[in-house]
Each structure stands twice: as C-alpha cells, then as structure tokens.
Design a protein around this ligand. Structure first.
Ligand SMILES: CCCCCCCCCCCCCCCC(=O)SCCNC(=O)CCNC(=O)[C@H](O)C(C)(C)COP(=O)(O)OP(=O)(O)OC[C@H]1O[C@@H](n2cnc3c(N)ncnc32)[C@H](O)[C@@H]1OP(=O)(O)O
Length: 192
C-alpha cells in the first residue's frame, strides 16, 4: 500500500495570529496545574516539562527522560513521548491563542530511540485554524535545540467552552486549579 502525504495544515485552514494578550518571546510559561502529568511539579514521576515562548507562534519545551519514563530498558516509552508532545502542543495552543482547547487527534513519528538521561528539546508551532479546529506540529530533538530529530508530532486541537472541564472534570481538582490562581475565566476567549 502506498503512503499518501496529506497536506498540513489541511486546505481551508487559515494562519492563526497570536492572541493580543499572549505571552511574548522569552516568557517562561510555568506550570498550568501542579497535578498535570506533563508539567506539574507535584508528581515525582511526571515529565516536568518546561516551556518558553520563542517567537511568533512557536514555543520551545524540554524535559529530561528518567527511569520513570522507560519502556524498553534504558529507553523512553513511546507513549510517554507522545504525552510530552501532547503537553508541548497543548501549551503552545493554549498560551498563544488563549482559547481553551483539547486534543482531538495526535500523530507521532518516532525516528530515533530516546535514552534515559537524555533531554528532549521540543519546538512546537501553531500551523493554522479552521473553525474550532487548531492545527499544531512539533519536532523533538535529542540533547540540544539543533540536535538530531528523534520524534515529530502533529496535533488537531478542538476549541471547547469551559463547561468541557467543569462538567467532565473532578470538582475537587478544578477547585484546586482555581486556588492555584490559574486563569479559569479571565483572559480566556471562551465560547468559540
Ligand atoms: C478550566 C480551564 C483550563 C485551561 C487550561 C489551559 C492550559 C493550557 C495548557 C494545556 C496543556 C494540556 C495538554 C494536554 C491536552 C490534552 O491532553 S486534552 C485531553 C485529551 N483530549 C480529550 O480528552 C478530548 C476528548 N474528546 C472530546 O471531548 C470531543 O471529541 C471533542 C474533541 C471536544 C470534539 O467534540 P465536539 O465538541 O462534539 O466537536 P465535534 O463536532 O465532534 O468536532 C469538532 C470538529 O473537529 C473535528 N474532529 C474532532 N475530533 C477529530 C479527530 N479525532 N480527527 C479529526 N477531526 C476531528 C470534527 O470532525 C469537527 O470538524 P468540523 O465538522 O467542524 O469540520
């Protein structure tokens, strides 16, 4: 069977300018929720991914692979790497467009093994928007921002209203999220 390349972003998607209140180049994005497996600092085995706005619609993230992230002995588990890209892409979309959105589809290409002890540098960008759909992609490089590409990913995010979180999420966790002073309503463009 021949593999046919699909255009990315798909026809009809339009460029997505950063939100006027989006953090500027050089901004550290911090932890969006302390219990998040991707970026939270309360989970010892989490990824502890850290992100910085680069320029335009690009965010650079990095995380160091530990023994907690293994699949094969000494190598990162592919699902964990997909998680890192979900977080990096979600952070890019959420912070730069400032619209609540969730991952609808995530594709990953694993090009090289990622050993325990290595740091993955992920550069993610928003590629376009079509209606409620946001297209984003990322490259993950080994041990340096210009290191060899180990993983590539593309994500389709779908804009949602805040009720997506309040009606499906755990009320105690949402309350904790509010107490941590994270933006729940303010500064977000809701109701796409
Ligand atoms: C309280 C505030 C918090 C803010 C905090 C911000 C923090 C900022 C950092 C975040 C960092 C986190 C990073 C982790 C991000 C996650 O991991 S999110 C968790 C994983 N994702 C989920 O749980 C989503 C589960 N899925 C769903 O809830 C629903 O299926 C969705 C995605 C909301 C879509 O449902 P829907 O609203 O009914 O919309 P639907 O009409 O089905 O789809 C809308 C469009 O998207 C298309 N679509 C949907 N799914 C797909 C798909 N899989 N493939 C292709 N097309 C699709 C549809 O075809 C449709 O296209 P059009 O017809 O408009 O052309």
């Amino acid at each position: 069977m021949t593999k046919q390349a699909q255009p990315w972003p798909p026809a009809g998607a339009e460029p997505a300018p950063a939100h006027p209140k989006a953090p500027g180049p050089g901004s550290e994005l911090g932890v969006h929720f302390t219990e998040c497996f991707g970026c939270g600092d309360e989970l010892e085995g989490g990824l502890h991914l850290r992100s910085t706005v680069a320029d335009g619609l690009t965010v650079r993230s990095r995380f160091t692979v530990t023994k907690n992230h293994q699949g094969a002995p000494g190598l990162a588990h592919g699902g964990l790497l997909a998680c890192a890209f979900d977080e990096a892409l979600g952070t890019t979309v959420g912070n730069l467009l400032r619209r609540p959105a969730v991952t609808g589809r995530l594709e990953t290409d694993f090009r090289r093994p990622v050993p325990v002890g290595s740091t993955l540098h992920i550069e993610a960008r928003v590629d376009g928007v079509g209606g409620r759909k946001i297209y984003a992609s990322a490259d993950g490089r080994l041990d340096a921002e210009d290191g060899p590409v180990a993983v590539r990913a593309r994500g389709l995010f779908v804009m949602v209203g805040l009720e997506h979180f309040t009606s499906h999420g755990d009320p105690d966790a949402i309350e904790k999220f509010r107490e941590q002073g994270r933006p729940v309503r303010e500064d977000w463009d809701i109701n796409p």
